[in-house]
Write a protein that binds this ligand. Structure first.
Ligand SMILES: NC(=O)c1ccc[n+]([C@@H]2O[C@H](COP(=O)([O-])OP(=O)(O)OC[C@H]3O[C@@H](n4cnc5c(N)ncnc54)[C@H](OP(=O)(O)O)[C@@H]3O)[C@@H](O)[C@H]2O)c1
Length: 162
């Protein structure tokens, strides 16, 4: 049976995912959710995401997209295209999780079976990285859980295709 491909992302109502090289928010519950979902799985991410989170290699297999994969540390698998990354991920552990950034999501949106979306109920100004328009592509809602902390309101959604 083919491995499922998951997309996992937190984005604002105006589809912002990043600002100035980091997340525009700090939401510990979402960080925990992300860590738990991807632990023991294979994650695919761009080189900037990996630079932000190099410790991910300890509890998951990691494929990093870069035009210079030879410059990556030995514990990660390097790939120069998303197709190559997915081909490698098929022989690594667990399911495949596409974790960003923008280009990985843009290229991966059509390939994902499931979308784990944390929708942050805010309009973020000054965002510089975005998630593509997903509404219409993932019309099926498998689960929904609303939550909040002192600063943010957000909804955990698990979405699928028709
Ligand atoms: N909210 C969320 O859930 C979430 C998730 C992930 C990231 N983010 C945010 O997004 C931002 C980082 O994302 P980003 O889009 O700027 O960077 P990124 O995708 O992590 O990294 C970009 C780099 O990855 C390589 N790359 C990406 N796609 C490639 C492809 N298809 N083929 C070959 N190489 C590819 C290139 O590296 P080389 O230059 O080495 O060739 C490119 O310069 C940060 O602000 C981060 O916090 C947010």
């Amino acid at each position: 049976m083919p491995k499922p491909i998951h997309l996992i992302v937190a984005c604002s109502e105006n589809r912002v995912i990043g600002r100035n090289g980091g997340l525009p928010w700090s939401i510990p519950e979402d960080t925990r959710f992300f860590q738990e979902k991807t632990c023991g799985q294979t994650v695919i991410m761009g080189a900037r995401c990996f630079a932000e989170w190099p410790s991910c290699v300890h509890t998951r297999d990691v494929v990093v997209l870069s035009h210079e994969p030879q410059a990556l540390p030995p514990l990660v698998h390097g790939a120069t295209s998303l197709a190559e990354a997915i081909a490698q991920a098929k022989s690594l552990r667990g399911d495949i999780y596409l974790c960003g950034g923008q280009r990985v999501y843009e290229e991966g949106l059509a390939l994902g079976d499931l979308l784990h979306l944390t929708l942050v109920h805010a309009h973020i100004e000054g965002g510089d990285t975005f998630f593509p328009e997903w509404r219409g592509q993932f019309p099926r809602e498998f689960s929904r859980r609303e939550s909040h902390d002192a600063n943010w309101r957000y909804t955990f959604l698990c979405l699928g295709r028709e």
